[in-house]
Design a protein. Structure first.
Length: 325
């Protein structure tokens, strides 16, 4: 214990000695901002998280642009953990080297496991109690008396049930264990790699700070230059500093709103540090899931916006309207 204290003290002294001059920090901040304005695109390289303030999160594409600009070359150290029942966890450490000098400028960690909900479960539709088909059950429109229908247009048998039908409503939707979990290994590995890379890039370039504020009102006291990145390898429990960092980071990266109630109740000084890391990963995963949805979403939405107005508004007698009826 006392050993640990000494190490921490030594580290904090190092920080003062190794701090960058303010001009250096400013230049780095400006460079990232310039990059953001000129080269990065919102939605592709970074994006705002709905409901989480105006703080955009850095996406993989943005991390790559930062890496290219600052000439930071990532190397990945992959650790595979067998979780049993075919499940795996990948823990990846990403080390960033400054290309020209070869100097290590920072590192990040990322993990992903097939136990994460998006890999563990497959999205199952409701099964028809009559014909046994899956994904054919739809909710009847309230105008037509509600209830449930085994929709013929989806290949169903046309069966109808009232609201409250237990054989339908008791079915758990979207919560079926994925029978082919091995199919997820590669996706999971890539996800862990992406997380480690983005994490490394954010901490090494202070991009997360920059993405949250304009240069004019940038608070330099909150800036954490590379030299100030303290990589705490092994203390078993979370200190006040960890918790504070956790909250700041969750705000900055935008996963704050994805921390589940159960997890958020666990976050406190003295909790196992590994658990804290796990909470970060879970919340990030939840956020990633949302982001991926958003990633594929906006393009479609844009197309819709640019599409001509619906035919029926222009020509109410369009035959397609009546064909449907
Ligand atoms: Zn049916």
């Amino acid at each position: 214990m006392s050993n640990e204290m000494t190490i921490n003290e030594a580290r904090s002294m190092d920080l003062v000695g190794g701090a960058y001059p303010i001009e250096h920090v400013k230049a780095q901040v400006q460079m990232v901002q310039h990059l953001m304005k000129e080269i990065m695109h919102e939605g592709t390289h970074y994006g705002k998280i709905p409901g989480c303030g105006d703080k955009p999160a850095l996406f993989k594409g943005g991390a790559e642009k930062l890496g290219f600009t600052f000439r930071l070359l990532p190397t990945f150290d992959v650790q595979l953990i067998d979780m049993g029942n075919g499940h795996r966890e990948y823990r990846i450490k990403c080390v960033l080297n400054h290309g020209p000098s070869g100097q290590i400028v920072g590192e990040g960690v990322g993990s992903c496991s097939t136990m994460e909900s998006k890999y563990r479960w497959r999205n199952a539709g409701r099964k028809c109690p009559e014909c046994g088909k899956e994904g054919t059950i739809i909710k009847g429109k309230a105008d037509y008396g509600g209830g449930w229908i085994c929709f013929a247009k989806k290949g169903g048998c046309g069966g109808k049930w009232n609201d409250g039908e237990k054989s339908i409503e008791s079915q758990e939707q979207g919560k079926v264990e994925n029978p082919d979990i091995a199919d997820q290994y590669n996706t999971c590995l890539k996800m862990a790699k992406k997380r480690a890379h983005v994490d490394a890039m954010i901490t090494s370039t202070a991009a997360s700070d920059i993405f949250t504020q304009d240069i004019e009102d940038f608070d330099f006291s909150s800036f954490r230059p590379v030299a100030a990145k303290v990589i705490v390898e092994k203390p078993a429990t979370a200190t006040e500093k960890h918790i504070k960092h956790f909250h700041e980071q969750s705000e900055e990266e935008g996963y704050c709103r994805y921390i589940s109630a159960v997890d958020s109740a666990l976050v406190r000084v003295g909790m196992p540090l590994e658990d804290l890391v796990a909470i970060v990963e879970r919340s990030r995963a939840a956020m990633d899931k949302d982001l991926e949805k958003a990633d594929s979403g906006p393009h479609k939405d844009k197309d819709k916006e640019q599409a001509p107005p619906p035919v029926e508004e222009e020509d109410p007698k369009s035959p397609s309207m009546f064909e449907e009826e």
